[in-house]
Write a protein that binds this ligand. Structure first.
Ligand code: RIB
Length: 283
């Protein structure tokens, strides 16, 4: 079984299903509120686990009831959490999410304890792949990426300045269209693969500035896109480490991401590998 290490965020998602996404200064009423475990790190860890990897997550939570709720599905799913840090002086991260009937969302994150995940609070275990995102301190990501011996995937989300080592050391960078525009030419510093996602239009994989694979996901009835990018990131990393071809790996990741949009909430919607394969065989 492929062993994947994820270093990243844990949030409790307060998710409002809204008739439409509010504009600046606007109040939209009539929402239905739900609570789901989330956070890009936690979502990517559980996604990789459900897709068949052995997974460890290193994260930081507060000593509060939200942490219990936020970690529940990771524990049930068998994600190793023994190196997770509990910071008694911080609150567990919370994400406020609005989801439109089309499945589109917008997200505001209060990082809380995620901001306290410094590299001196954990040792780096051995694994075949490391996945990071940008919801924990940049220095922690830079040090971890630099000291890790295996395959490194960095999901540059949410977009913000990163140490050059993060871009030069990554074997795989994952960005959506907006993030790709934000980083611009800096992405060419990556010597590995760069995957760019375009929502329901699919994704492309490039290397040395040349496109090596392109895929369109199966058509699904999307109801909530929260966690779809996280599923894509985990699936693509796993498939490349399993030495599937770039085209095969991208198709698997696009299908997994699309399936993740068919249920509400980040973690409840993360698909098992068998379900992704069912969709792949049907399309
Ligand atoms: O990528 C989706 C995630 O982003 C949500 O679960 C939310 O917690 C934010 O971190």
């Amino acid at each position: 079984m492929t062993r994947i290490l994820v270093i990243g965020s844990v949030n409790l998602d307060l998710s409002a299903a809204v008739p439409r996404l509010p504009q600046a200064g606007e109040t939209v009423s009539g929402a239905k509120l739900s609570r789901f475990p989330g956070g890009k790190g936690a979502n990517q860890a559980l996604a990789a686990r459900r897709l068949g990897a052995e997974v460890e997550l290193i994260a930081c939570v507060g000593n509060d009831a939200n942490a219990v709720e936020a970690l529940a599905l990771l524990k049930d799913g068998g994600v190793e959490l023994s190196r997770c840090v509990v910071d008694a002086n911080a609150d567990t991260g919370v994400a406020l999410i609005c989801v439109a009937p089309s499945g589109e969302n917008n997200i505001v994150v209060a990082p809380g304890a995620n901001a306290a995940l410094s590299a001196d609070r954990f040792d780096l275990p051995v694994a075949e792949a490391l996945i990071c995102q940008l919801e924990v301190p940049g220095e922690t990501i830079a040090l971890s990426v630099n000291n890790f011996a295996g395959f490194v995937c960095v999901n540059l989300a949410p977009a913000r300045a990163v140490d050059d080592i993060v871009l030069t050391r990554a074997d795989l960078i994952v960005v959506n269209e907006t993030e790709a525009a934000w980083y611009g030419d800096k992405l060419s510093m990556c010597r590995g693969y760069v995957a760019t996602t375009f929502g329901k239009k699919g994704a492309e994989l490039s290397r040395d500035g040349k496109r090596v694979a392109k895929s369109t996901p199966p058509q699904v009835d999307a109801i909530d896109t929260t966690g779809a990018g996280d599923t894509f990131t985990a699936a693509l990393t796993l498939a490349l480490v399993e030495e599937r071809t770039p085209q095969d790996a991208l198709e698997f990741a696009c299908t997994a991401g699309a399936v993740a949009t068919t249920k509400q909430g980040a973690q409840p919607s993360l698909p098992m590998r068998a379900l992704v394969e069912e969709f792949s065989n049907a399309s």
